[in-house]
Design a protein around this ligand. Sequence first.
Ligand code: GLA
Length: 371
Amino acid sequence: MGWNSWNTFGENIHESLIEETAAALVETGLAEIGYRFVNIDDCWHAEARDDEERLTWDAAKFPGGIPRLAEAVHGMGFGFGIYSCAGTHTCAGRVASFGNEEKDAQTFADWGVDFLKYDYCNKPFGVDGRTLYFRMGQALRSTGRHIIFSACEWGNTEPWLWGRQAGCHMWRTTGDISDSWESIKAIGFSQFGKELYAGPNAWNDPDMLVVGMKGVGNVAAGGCSLDEYKTHFALWCLLAAPLLIGCDVRSIDAESLAILGNRRLVAVNQDKMGAQARLVGSDYHHWDHTLFPTLVKPLADGGLALGMFNLHDERTVQLQAAWEAIGLHDRRPCQVQDLWTGEDLGVHRSFFCAKAAPHAGVVVKLTPLPL
Ligand code: GLA
């Protein structure tokens, strides 16, 4: 959990932005809720490597230098993240790590980096991309510093099959997100079938959050409604996806803060069982899985997080989940709690149903009681 510069700021990053963001994460309470990494994405680099072939920073953007910035970010209680790429150049054309993996891993460790996002642009022709992630994973381990390794090859070579072995702690499963309902829907509801590959220290990553961008910034694409942002966040929590905020937290509005700061949903996301929700159906309803997907995430305390979503563009619908369909005995009573509001929705047997507006969801926790 943390923040990343790309979604809102793209190449327009500066050390004061990074420090102000860390301060804003503390002031808003988001840091205390668990957003503990401050990550710089692409475009922090100088034009070329230094005299000793080491990567170095753009001195106009980072006049105090990256090591000092890392120290400042650490001083505020955060981990510090940086970005490089497995190819010769990053996606935005900056100098990258191909052929210099050991040197760059050591540089990052020397700077106090705690998290590395590793992209996939400009890979030399004929080179097996997977090997490049194994190589950087090995280089990072050789530094002796614990650095979270985030692979970003967009799901091209099924990184869920080999990422864990390459030393990756998370891997992107899709192309880039944008701040629109179409993007959230396409990415968020395309994750089914990969749940067996996720677990503690190894996560499927459907890209960073756009909650709170409201149509402004680098990946802006019209913005989303409040219900759409809530669906986005609830879905990422159910999917046990990494939660990296992408908006400008210095000026975040109250509604977006309430979404990102919902402790019950964050607890579902961070649940120590580490299960990624699976898609289920129901025998009691004419489900259309495409229009009304129902997800269930088992939790370590024996409870289940249930999300039922209405992807219809105009109609409010009644959504229903039958216990049978989600792996419970059909007479098992369950205490139901609304995860958005915390409201106790009573004890239910056999099924639970509730209405959802277009693009909204019903997101609840089921706590099974004795039969
Ligand atoms: C790729 C990645 C993005 C971002 C940009 C930076 O597109 O998928 O998340 O890091 O590169 O250039």
